[in-house]
Design a protein around this ligand. Sequence first.
Ligand SMILES: C[S@@+](CC[C@H](N)C(=O)[O-])C[C@H]1O[C@@H](n2cnc3c(N)ncnc32)[C@H](O)[C@@H]1O
Length: 226
Amino acid sequence: MGMDWYNAIALRNGGYKSNAMFTIEGVSAEEIFEQELIKMLPNYQSVLDAGCGHGDFTMKMSQHSKSLIGFDNSIEMITIANKSLLETEISNVRFIEATTKSELPFADAQFDLIYDRRGPTSILNHSRILTSGGTVYGIHSGALNLVKERLINNHFENIQIREFNRAKYCFPNDAEFTKFLSGIPGNPDYSLPEYKEELDKKIEQHKINGKIELIEYKYIWKATKP
Ligand SMILES: C[S@@+](CC[C@H](N)C(=O)[O-])C[C@H]1O[C@@H](n2cnc3c(N)ncnc32)[C@H](O)[C@@H]1O
């Protein structure tokens, strides 16, 4: 997804936040990812958060980590992350503006865990910065085949991929669903009048017995560098 879209959403919503209200029926893959990551973090010395956005999740994970760096190619996201960090007592986190589209500003084997929470899966092309025996761990909703390809082409081992499609997002009304849709990377601001027709179609597609519902599809991958 383009950097401009993320810069715009950071300015509009104060970060990668949709501010939409909804309830989740069933266990979300996001929750599984977070709980597993919390268990993993204390076992690693130096951790990288690829595509950290506005940094809230990185700072949340810092309490379980020894040392954590978050990077993102959106300057607006990194600006918000650094500002939030200054308002805390957290001392084991750094935020850096960087892109996976070019060489990353990290040393060979600098990290023993790289996690990716819906960030750029092209981080898998940077195994140089991961130590031998180190772990990549990520969650995403699209481009599963590309992730598989990247894991294989970059010679990762012990590849595990789990798909999840059981949790359901339930929206209380059209306005909250509109906010949610507008926060999906690449989507326009559906609250604008020019998108009304398109929005109405989407609402209709997701209405079941008068309620707006969406099935979550996510996959979690994990692999090690030989
Ligand atoms: C869906 S958001 C997720 C943000 C954060 N990980 C979270 O869970 O809240 C994806 C983030 O990846 C960043 N991103 C996308 N492509 C990138 C790239 N090639 N290099 C660095 N960051 C990238 C975006 O700017 C955005 O902040």
